[in-house]
Every structure is written in C-alpha cells, then in structure tokens.
Design a protein around this ligand. Structure first.
Ligand code: 4NP
Length: 159
C-alpha cells in the first residue's frame, strides 16, 4: 500500500466506519484497493471492540456496502506515524486530533468534508441520537467527500 487514510469520529460506530466502508468500495470500483489502505477510529474509546451501530450497518447495506465486520477502536498518537491522511468528521474531532498530533506529522490532518466539492457544509453531523434519516444524510455527505478525496490522493501520491 502506498497511501493510507484514517477516518475519525467520536465513537467509531456511526460516521467513520461508514466513511471507511464507502471509501473502500469506491477504491475497489476504480481498482485502487491494493494501493490505498483505509481504517477508522474514534476519539473516544467507549465502543472499543464493538461493531458499527445497527442503523449504520443497514443504511450502508442499502447502498450495497457491508460494514458489519468493522470493529471500533480509539485513535492513538501512533496513528499519525501510520497514516498519510487523518480525516475528522467534525470540528470537535479535529481539535482532539490536533492535540494528539505529533510535531513531525507531515500528512494531511483536516475535516473530511474539506474534500467535498459541491457543498459548503463542513461537518458530518453526529447521527447517534437521531433517526434513520440522519444516517442517510451522513452517507450522502460522505459520498461527495470521498470523490474529492480520491482526486486529491491521485494528485498528491499517484501521478
Ligand atoms: P459516531 O457517533 O461518532 O459517528 O460513531 C457516536 C456514537 C456513539 C456516541 C457518540 C457518537 N456515544 O456517545 O456513545
């Protein structure tokens, strides 16, 4: 693998495993699954070892993506040594990551939606306490950002 991407949210059971699964499916579609490695983690550790939220699993499954095998873990400082991109779902996640970021990190630490071309929205809203429509919205936002992220990876690393 020549490039690696870590998606980060709060619990690692809703937004970031959804982003990981969807982006991986996109990589497979374009034949880059052996070039770009993906993972996800949470700034909090409460759900460590757990599968994604049932609602996230069904929303992804409706779009043909299986995220049921993923398991939650907490992000660690050492992740900055292992990943080229560390992408936060919202600004709270980003500031927690900025506090954890080692001095020598030379990769990209940013909001995931910074890669979305067609939306002014910067936050992937936390769907945990809401209804099923929140998970659909998360998927729609992630789809847009995934496309821009792939373009950035191609430009920075694969040209
Ligand atoms: P996520 O959603 O950050 O998208 O995985 C959440 C999941 C669990 C909790 C908060 C957000 N929680 O407080 O347990």
């Amino acid at each position: 693998m020549s490039v690696s991407v870590l998606f980060v949210c709060l619990g690692n059971i809703c937004r970031s495993p959804t982003a990981e699964g969807l982006f991986k499916a996109q990589l497979e579609k374009v034949g880059l699954e052996d070039v770009v490695a993906t993972d996800s983690a949470g700034t909090g550790g409460w759900h460590t070892g757990n599968p994604p939220d049932k609602r996230a699993i069904s929303a992804a499954a409706e779009r043909g993506i299986d995220i049921s095998v993923l398991r939650a873990r907490q992000v660690q400082a050492v992740d900055f040594d292992r990943f080229d991109y560390v992408l936060a779902m919202d600004s709270a996640n980003l500031s927690d990551l900025q506090a954890l970021r080692p001095e020598g990190f030379t990769g990209q630490l940013s909001l995931f939606l910074d890669y979305a071309q067609d939306t002014a929205q910067t936050q992937v809203p936390d769907p945990y306490y809401g209804g099923d429509e929140g998970f659909e919205h998360v998927l729609d936002l992630i789809e847009q950002a995934a496309e821009g992220l792939l373009a950035d990876i191609r430009q920075r690393h694969l040209t």
